[in-house]
Structure formats: structure tokens, C-alpha cells
Design a binder for this molecule. Sequence first.
Ligand code: HAM
Length: 415
Amino acid sequence: MFSRVKGAQDLLSYNLWKGIFNKVQTHLKTHNFKEIQTPLLEYVSLFERGLGYETDVVKKQMFLIEQKKDKNQMCLRPEGTAGTMRAYLEKKHELTTPCNLFSFGPMFRYERPQKGRLRQFHQVNIESIGVTSIQYDAFFIQMLHKLFLETLKITEFVLMVNFLGTPEDREQYKKALYSFLESYTDQICATCQERKETNILRVLDCKSESCQKIYDSAPIITDHLSEQSTQEWALLQDQLQQLSVTFTVNPRLVRGLDYYNKTVFEFVGMTLGAQDTFCGGGRYDGLSEQLGSKEPVPAIGAAFGFERLLLLLGDRAQDFIEPESPLTLVLACAQEQNSLALLCADVIQRAGKTVQVMIDDTSLKNKLKKANKMGAAFVVLIGEEEQQSSTVTVKNMMTGEEEKVTQDKMVSCLK
Ligand code: HAM
């Protein structure tokens, strides 16, 4: 017996996913987002340039593809933003801005699997490309807030917001943070000591309580913004309030990918345990140039993990399952009726109904038992008598009523 790959899941109840995804899709479409798909395979360099060489995703979590000839190393995509921006830049002459795109599909990260953390997981990835105003960021965040709260009826989450300013602002802040950390080098954990030298903002994300105690008195990024950034940060908060979005300012929120500037945010589930962020995003005005564009293309986006969303929904996820069309089972009583059963099943399917034919050599009792187990609404029975008289027996499985009808009337009885 083979078992599935560690950290990957089989989706046998995909109708549950589809029910929720349909709601998400409708919500996004009413905000003029168009659905796209980008390849699962990308060049590693796309993520190295886009996400940053020092980020955990690039340094530790890539699923690299062993290759024979192609010199450009490939990988399974760990996230959707870099690929979406690459696709936009390749086709931008055909597109107008603002260009709102979303996609849904698997992402791959080599992480230690635990509740809410997988190696193959699924994201809904949402990007607004070609938008400059910070007020638009508030509208984008409100769109997500409405999706979770109103469309999916999730209440147990908090929205965290922070402002990273421009790259120049960040350089100022990094210096201040570095000199603060100099006095605590011996007291912070080994990971923070390494991050202090390589990707200093990420120390603020450390899960260790003792490190967090130290960072309580660390300088705050929004105190190191230029005048213009300070105004934008105030405008963002004001616009969020005007749009009735409840949020908490988290000065330690920096996000784990390097492409962010200005607005960053996370939706955190209160019942999720250690992996509690189910949606994260922010503005990434510099990514296009990192990927080779001559002009800057300002953008904002977010992604949410479908598995974490499902954990958050719990049993309520069932409410989104869309009813399936009633099933008709066509049963041949003996081998001699098999061919006729197949013809009848074909007629029923062409009438737009869901049909399953049962012609295997088991007893009629067994077949009827299976019909019950499969939740069939109707059974079309074909025995020797029916075959000779060009009829079928239609059994309504809800009422138990049976009716013998000529084969040309069969479909009209399946209601
Ligand atoms: P991210 O924060 O790395 O952002 O991932 C977004 C979401 O994907 C997380 O909040 C979580 O729900 C889910 N996720 C991430 N890793 C895992 C995992 N190993 N197992 C299960 N779920 C996971 C991004 O990926 C950015 N590209 C978001 C973005 C879009 N920013 C701008 N546009």
C-alpha cells in the first residue's frame, strides 16, 4: 500500500471546497476581479529576485526540480504573487490598469507539517495591479474583510495592520533596530541573532516569549517614516475607519516576504492555534522592477490559505455545499439486460440528469442496497419482463412508489 506524500492531502470531499470557492469567486467578481491561472512550475530566480534571497521561503522552503538539460533551475511555486506579476508584465500591452486578477491553486513549501501547515496547500491569490493611492489599499482590505465577515460569516478573527513605509524609510528603521539589538545580542535566540545580520525586520516575528519581551521596548517602524509616509499611514487608518473596517495596529507586523512596502496586513484566526494567520498581504510597488520592468507598476494583493479557512469555518463549512442534482441508478436484473440498461442510461444523461448504471453481476438485492447507500433519488429497473414489453420500472426511493412505464416516458418520471 502506498501512502500520500507527507504534508499533502487528498481532497475527497471536493464539493465542500467548491461550495466555498463559488462564494469567494462571486464576491471577487463583483469587485471586478478576473480569474487567471499561472503555471505551477516557475524559474527559481523569479522568487529569489521577487521574494528576496534571505527570506525563509527562498532559503529553506523551495521544492526544487531536478533537471537534465535546462540550465535555469525550476521549482514548484511557493506563492502566487511573483508569478502573477511576471504574467502581467509579459502581457501588459494587452491589459489595462487597474488590473484585478485572482487565482486559486496549489502552492508548495518544504515546511515541517503540523495543524494548518502543509507542504502542498492551496491559496486564493488576489492582486490589484496598477493602483497607486493608499486609499485604494483601504478599499482592498475592506473587500477582504467583507468576504470573511459577511460572505463567509466568520467572526472569530482580528485584522492586524502596519505600515512599512518606503525602502528609504525602512533603511532608517533598520539602523535604529540594529543599534537597539546590539545591546541584547547575548539575550536573543540564535535565529534572531542570525536574522539581525541577514533580514533584520524578521526578528520582530520571533515566536520566543523571551525575545518578544525584549522587542516590547524596541523602536517602532511607524516612528521612522518620512513626512509623506506618515501622512499616508494616517490616511490609510482614516479611510479604513470610514469604511467601517475594524482593525488593530500591530507595529511588529512585517510579513515574511521582501517585496512589501507601505501597507501590510494579516487576518488572524482566534481558534487556529500556532498557525493562526489565514490571510496576509500588502502593497508591493517595487516588485515589477525587481522582475525587470522598466517602469514601476504599483500594486497591492493578498492571499489566503484554503485549508486554514476551512479550519476556521469548522462544521459551518458544510453550509456552503451546493446541492447535487438527484441521482438515477439504472439497474439491469441480469446480464441479458445490460445492453438495454446502458442505452437507457445514455438517454437519461442526455436529458441532463445525473445517472449511474449498475450492470455488474451481483444480486438485485445487493444492487438495491447500494442504491440506498449512494443516496439515489430514483432507480430504473430493467428485468426480463421490462425488456420484452419495452418498459422500465421506475422506483422513487423517497416514497417507495414504483411505476412501470414505456421506455419513451422514462425520463418524464424522473422528477
Ligand atoms: P503568505 O503569508 O506567505 O503570503 O501566505 C498567505 C497564506 O497562505 C497564509 O496566511 C496561510 O493561510 C497560507 N499558507 C502559507 N503557507 C502555508 C502552509 N505551509 N500550509 C498551509 N497554508 C499556508 C503570500 O503567499 C503572499 N503571496 C500573499 C500576497 C499576495 N501578498 C501580496 N499578494
